[in-house]
Ligand binder design. Sequence first.
Ligand code: SAM
Length: 254
Amino acid sequence: MASDPSSTHSLPPALPPALPWNARILTLFPAMFPGLLGQSLAGKALEKGLWSLDVHDIRDHAHDRHRTVDDTPFGGGPGMVMRPDVVAAAITAAASGMAEGTAMIYFSPRGRRLDQALVRELAAGPGAVMVCGRYEGLDERVIDQAGLMEVSIGDYVLSGGEMAALVLMDAVIRLLPGVMGNAQAHAEDSFEEGLLEHPLYTQPREWNGMAVPDILTSGNHEAIRQWRQAKAEAITRARRPDLWAAWQARQKSK
Ligand code: SAM
């Protein structure tokens, strides 16, 4: 996982892709975007054109004067369901002219759990159309007809898909070419190699009676790499037995 820090200078400069990664959001709350992603790394990348954002108001596709987007569930039960005709019309409009290979996503607690592998997959593609649910969620027929991939950001229930979209986009954007100053930085992040990250230290060398481990100031890059690898393995084994088992299985099959 950790690589020789002395080799980072030899990485080729990251070139922006021909077309920026394109996020197309379908939401009932367009003012929530870019939201947090208008700041910091993602915000600067948006300004530089390293990714692009189109936000579509699902309500623009309602066909009554009250701009109704939901109705009661067939079969009874609490809450409201987003109408398939309205959402399908919004998807058709939002997906128009999108590049081949664009991911079609509906955020849902039932979906595939977002992880770094899926983030990398999405970052390697041209972009994503992302439907943010509200109320009890979407009518099943529109999920099927549009072939939406359901994606969950964790085993808890949010009030809408907008936060999930922001989380997914933040994770993708930092992987896009040219977004992070040091392209090597995310190669050493947690999950990139299947392990959690080793502990990090910076100045001051002594703080509140605690010293930085000597090895990190030794200048011995190979010893530092081995120390970090051992720490990453120990932390993963202690905190995430699921990741540890998968990592061990991969090592055995190498
Ligand atoms: N009735 C749904 C259920 O039990 O699975 C929950 C609906 S939730 C109140 C409204 C919307 O928030 C969902 O349609 C989805 O778009 C979004 N959402 C909620 N939790 C989510 C999660 N963990 N991951 C991704 N999206 C989520």
